[in-house]
Write a protein that binds this ligand. Structure first.
Ligand code: ADP
Ligand code: MG
Length: 140
């Protein structure tokens, strides 16, 4: 998979596999910026990315803790901005230091665009429920 791709998936397993394929290509400093509606499959894709980085298998949405940490080939930070009140709150997390340390996967990344590195890998997922998902991966 290149860093510009559009993939159609027809099951959670396929979405996870797409994430795993991307995860295998990632290294220190890479930021995966996920967007898409609630239930689109962001956590599902993130689970695959963690697997592609040889991280733990039990990846759950960090919706209530903001950041989950996993240890793979590199440290993995899994952040969910869904319940974050403000950019100020996110700035308090020290994101630049986080981004420099291993790989960071962000759900609802569209809520913190000004804080993302310019070379973040954008992953947008369209589709809900039983629909196929269209996953668009782009990197500036
Ligand atoms: P998000 O993190 O974007 O809110 P989740 O990954 O938590 O979404 O949930 C996605 C839901 O959609 C899961 O219940 C999953 O089983 C379902 N689903 C159905 N088809 C797909 C697909 N092709 N890709 C991803 N998830 C799918
Ligand atoms: Mg989620």
């Amino acid at each position: 998979m290149s860093r510009v791709a559009t993939i159609t998936t027809r099951s959670p397993e396929q979405t996870e596999a797409a994430g795993e394929t991307l995860g295998r290509t990632l290294g220190n400093g890479d930021v995966v910026a996920l967007s898409g509606d609630l239930g689109a499959g962001k956590t599902c894709f993130a689970r695959g990315v963690v697997r592609g980085l040889d991280g733990g298998a039990l990846v759950t949405s960090p919706t209530f803790v903001l950041i989950n940490e996993y240890r793979g080939r590199v440290p993995i930070h899994h952040l969910d901005a869904y319940r974050t009140a403000s950019l100020a709150e996110l700035m308090d997390l020290g994101l630049p230091e986080l981004f420099a340390d291993g790989v960071t996967i962000i759900e609802w990344a569209d809520r913190l665009v000004p804080l993302l590195p310019p070379d973040a890998i954008a992953v947008h997922i369209e589709g809900l429920g039983d629909e196929p998902r269209e996953i668009r991966i782009t990197q500036a």
